[in-house]
Design a binder for this molecule. Structure first.
Ligand SMILES: O=C(O)CCC(=O)C(=O)O
Ligand SMILES: [Fe+2]
Length: 196
């Protein structure tokens, strides 16, 4: 699979922005440690066909509105001060505004996220989602809904990946299991959410 180039690039029906060295290593190390120390991570639930399941990762939600997905709701919560400088840097590079962040914490390689798109109406028509990765390197897979084209991006410590254009309509993405991975990974996805 072709490596992504640094900056913006066109993929089929969408755009990706890729900044592998978004945060210098010492800053990425410190941010991860500070988040682990200060942010309360929750074990989330989803409801599928009326049955509750525990999701295979921990999470936290920060933003002015509740975040609703798969029948569950995470209440509004102010963005902690330690995430504001990172959010501003993401805004500068991606050229867009954010007001919310979903934090995903993958305790080890068993934790994962299945195929999905972030296409809830409160994210708007063409959501721009800025994804900052910290800790263990994990593969991020994308697949085009119609053509089945696939892309794999190894999300390195301190990197920024931005999904834009029709990425949430034409593509799905996932973070597969990596059973040999013992180290945690922390992901911040900055979004702009409206009340709906
Ligand atoms: O952990 C990741 O890199 C993916 C997160 C994601 O897709 C999401 O939060 O919607
Ligand atoms: Fe996603």
């Amino acid at each position: 699979m072709a490596d992504l180039t640094i900056g913006w690039q066109a993929i089929e029906d969408a755009q990706l922005g890729w900044w592998p060295n978004f945060l210098p290593v010492h800053q990425a190390d410190r941010l991860m440690a500070d988040i682990q120390k200060t942010v309360a991570l929750q074990s989330g639930q989803v409801k599928v066909f009326g049955k509750h399941h525990t999701i295979p990762r921990l999470q936290a939600w920060f933003g002015p509105y509740a975040y609703r997905y798969s029948g569950e709701t995470l209440p509004p919560n102010p963005i902690p001060d330690l995430l504001l400088p990172i959010m501003h840097q993401c805004q500068v590079l991606s050229g867009s505004q954010f007001n919310s962040v979903l934090l995903n914490y993958y305790r080890d390689g068993r934790d994962h996220m299945g195929w999905h798109s972030d296409n809830e109406p409160e994210l708007g028509e063409q959501p721009i989602i800025a994804s900052v990765s910290l800790g263990a390197e994990r593969d991020f897979d994308l697949r085009h809904r119609a053509t089945n084209q696939r892309l794999r991006v190894p999300l390195t410590h301190g990197s920024l990946l931005v999904m834009a254009g029709d990425c949430q309509h034409k593509w799905q993405h996932a973070l597969p299991k990596r059973l040999r991975e013992r180290q945690p990974r922390l992901n911040l996805t900055f979004r702009f959410v409206t009340s709906h």
